[in-house]
Ligand binder design. Structure first.
Ligand SMILES: Cc1cc2nc3c(=O)[nH]c(=O)nc-3n(C[C@H](O)[C@H](O)[C@H](O)COP(=O)(O)O)c2cc1C
Length: 183
């Protein structure tokens, strides 16, 4: 399901919630699942290096992911250790795979979350209302960041009319431990 979530933008697993540790509470936001790397169990999403989530991961690298598939009624809660990639080969490869239109997400003049006087995309004038050229899209590389998260544990839940089922999966240096739980 995770693999399918990467490749199919209509699949609910394409849009997980990523949770980090905020200042006073949990900090949640929707992201796009960009890659699922096996056998390393690494989930990847992309972001702007100036966002709060990046500052939060810098302080505490333990993150959570929430996936829910309404048709299959499957919930996945995943925890793991995140690493940030701005200026390395991993980030270069991820950047090379991005769509030109997606690159606009990393092109705002001011950092995401900056207060402004009136509604605006924050993009510079020359990028407004057009698909950027390849050269123009390279402006986004400076602030592009890939977040890679190695899965350490997973809580799987499926809702069934005649009884739900829940399981827990934990990975450590000795391998995988899997256990059933009362839902
Ligand atoms: C459907 C959807 C997909 C999104 N995908 C991403 C994404 O892949 N990466 C990202 O940084 N923000 C994405 N966002 C925006 C985030 O939810 C969030 O508003 C933004 O990243 C700022 O979050 P932060 O201030 O907590 O870092 C998406 C929002 C929506 C509604």
């Amino acid at each position: 399901m995770l693999r399918h979530g990467v490749s199919d933008s209509k699949d609910p697993f394409h849009w997980p919630v990523l949770g980090t540790t905020g200042k006073n509470s949990a900090s949640l936001r929707t992201v796009i699942l960009r890659q699922f790397i096996l056998p390393e169990r690494v989930l990847v999403c992309h972001t702007d290096a100036r966002t709060d989530k990046v500052h939060e991961i810098t302080k505490s690298a333990e993150v959570c992911w929430l996936f829910y598939h309404p048709k299959k009624k499957v919930q996945l809660r995943i925890s793991g250790h995140a690493t940030l990639h701005a200026d390395d080969q991993f980030a270069d490869r991820q950047w090379a795979g991005t769509r030109i239109t997606s690159r606009l997400n990393y092109c705002t003049t001011e950092p995401p979350g900056t207060f402004i006087d009136k509604p605006s995309s924050g993009l510079p004038d020359f990028l407004l209302k057009k698909i950027p050229t390849l050269l123009e899209s390279e402006r986004g590389r400076k602030y592009f960041m890939a977040i890679a998260c190695r899965i350490d544990s997973m809580d799987w839940l499926i809702l069934k009319a005649f009884g739900n089922r829940r399981a827990r999966f934990d990975w450590d240096e000795n391998g995988l431990t899997a256990k059933w739980l009362i839902p």
